[in-house]
Design a protein around this ligand. Structure first.
Ligand code: GLN
Length: 482
């Protein structure tokens, strides 16, 4: 059964179809791997019992019998959705998120809840109220966040696929840190119904897998319009596998964003790994164009303001009245609000709520929030213009390889700057994915990022697949987990 650990969905599908393995055996197999390895990784907050897993899903469909795990801010009927927070530690959802329902209809087996930074706020999974999540390639390093659990479980061969969520890079950054494929699709391609909100205008569910093909497979199941989410796009359901293996389109133009590549703080090993990717595409006849997107220099600051502003407003609902933790010692209504919120939220979340209220407050909103929204609009326009000249863009996915646990405990700015290469895609609403492209000398994974115009996921997968198949990165796994 060892080879199952890093098997692709397609390989598992064949084994299931030939009846060489049953769905129950697969669930038991992954449960054993979690039992063996997850105490030192910390990717799961809960694993469900096998019977309840099997009875919740259809036996037919594209993902029939294929186990996966969901970030703990995606609702599953009857299950806790803690969002990595004490506030919701005992909150049980009474409905399925649209993605959960679609996965179950497609036969996927959802085996548990994945660890995350509290309310998806963080870049390292160190802000989970329950436990940290460590990098399977080096347990002294962070997994990345905020979808650290979803990603580490896939990288460690504990599960073949997972869903995370993205507001500023929370699938792509950990995926790059852990050496797997992660996508944040076009805003509105996947329903947000049943995803607990952080910053709704940026939030989007994303997919994490070890291969490009697996990623396309899972996205095909969950993408598509949903009347329950007013921001969901009116697009037909699409099969992202259809053109996946086609050769690169003729006359493909890929852009390099000069000002992004010149960013201060970009690790030289990351830079040279991404340069090698560009050389690969050039050798395949792709035209490489250098462009500049000046507003991206302000992306991290813009993201900082908009995400905090929306978080302050979204998290106002956790007041001890309707959901989650309530402080029982309070004697007045006001104290109950204050004490419940104080007890329920961790430091980072509290800080963001304070900043969010500040940037929205009278007298300051013009300087902060209104300006940030103006820059966001300019950024969107810059992308529209850029995609008249190029089909896709390539950038690094990360400023540096995964850092040591605790490295930025006293340097919040460095922690926030981890979003630099990812958050602009959320601000512009465009799709972006990270694909493994090498390792640092110290053995930590590096990823490159493809960014495309709205709804270009099929092209992105096709282009990523050609790179992946010409390299062996996706066949490499942490040695201590084989
Ligand atoms: N690191 C970013 C933040 O802390 C991104 C989080 C996310 O994408 N959910 O806000």
């Amino acid at each position: 059964m060892k080879s199952l650990a890093f098997a692709t969905i397609e390989e598992l599908r064949l084994l299931l179809d030939r009846k060489e393995v049953t769905a129950a055996e697969l669930v038991a197999f992954y449960a054993q791997r979690f039992a063996k390895y997850d105490p030192s990784i910390g990717s799961a907050l809960e694993l469900f019992d096998t019977d309840s897993i099997l009875k919740n899903s259809s036996e037919l469909g594209e993902l029939a019998g294929i186990p996966g795990i969901l970030k703990d801010n995606i609702c599953q009927t009857g299950r806790i959705a803690s969002c990595g927070s004490k506030m919701l530690a005992n909150y049980r959802s009474n409905y399925d998120a649209t993605v959960t329902a679609r996965l179950k209809d497609a036969g996927a087996l959802i085996i548990g809840r994945a660890n995350m930074d509290e309310f998806a706020m963080g870049s390292s999974n160190e802000y989970s109220a329950f436990k940290k999540c460590y990098n399977p390639w080096n347990l002294e390093c962070v997994s990345g966040g905020s979808s650290g659990g979803s990603v580490a479980a896939v990288a460690a061969g504990l599960i073949p696929w997972s869903l995370g969520s993205e507001t500023g890079g929370s699938v792509r950054l950990p995926a790059a840190f852990c050496g797997v494929v992660g996508i944040k699709p076009t805003y509105g391609l996947i329903s947000r119904y049943g995803l607990v909100a952080y910053a709704s205008s940026l939030d989007q569910i994303g997919v994490c897998t070890r291969t490009v093909e697996d990623n396309a497979r899972v996205l095909s199941v969950i993408a598509g319009q949903d009347p329950k989410d007013s921001s969901s796009l009116n697009v037909l359901k699409q099969n992202f596998l259809t053109n996946l293996k086609q050769p690169l389109p003729k006359k493909l133009r890929i852009g390099l964003i000069e000002n992004i590549l010149a960013a201060e703080g970009l690790d030289p090993e990351v830079k040279s790994a991404v340069d090698a990717v560009v050389n690969f595409y050039e050798s395949q006849g792709v035209e490489i164009k250098r462009i500049s997107l000046p507003t991206l220099d302000y992306a991290a600051a813009t993201y900082f303001i908009i995400s905090r502003a929306e978080a302050a407003s979204n998290l106002a609902r956790f007041d001890g009245v309707r959901y989650g933790l309530r402080n029982k010692a309070a004697t007045t209504l006001n104290d109950m609000y204050k004490m419940s919120r104080h007890d329920g939220f961790g430091d980072e979340v509290r800080l963001r709520i304070l900043i969010g209220n500040y940037v929205l407050s009278e007298g300051h909103a013009g300087q902060f929030y209104v300006n940030a929204k103006k820059i966001q609009n300019m950024m969107r326009q810059e992308f529209v213009n850029a995609f008249k000249d190029v089909d896709l863009l390539i950038t690094p996915s990360q400023a540096m390889p995964a850092f040591k646990v605790g490295a930025f405990d006293n340097n919040k700015l460095q922690m926030d700057l981890q979003d630099y290469f990812t958050c602009f895609a959320n601000l512009a609403g465009v799709p972006a994915m990270t694909v493994p492209c090498g390792f640092s000398k110290s053995g930590l994974p590096i990823g490159f990022q493809l960014v495309g115009p709205h709804l270009s996921e099929a092209l992105m997968y096709q282009v990523a697949y050609q790179y992946e198949q010409a390299h062996d990165w996706h066949k490499m796994h942490p040695e201590n987990l084989l």
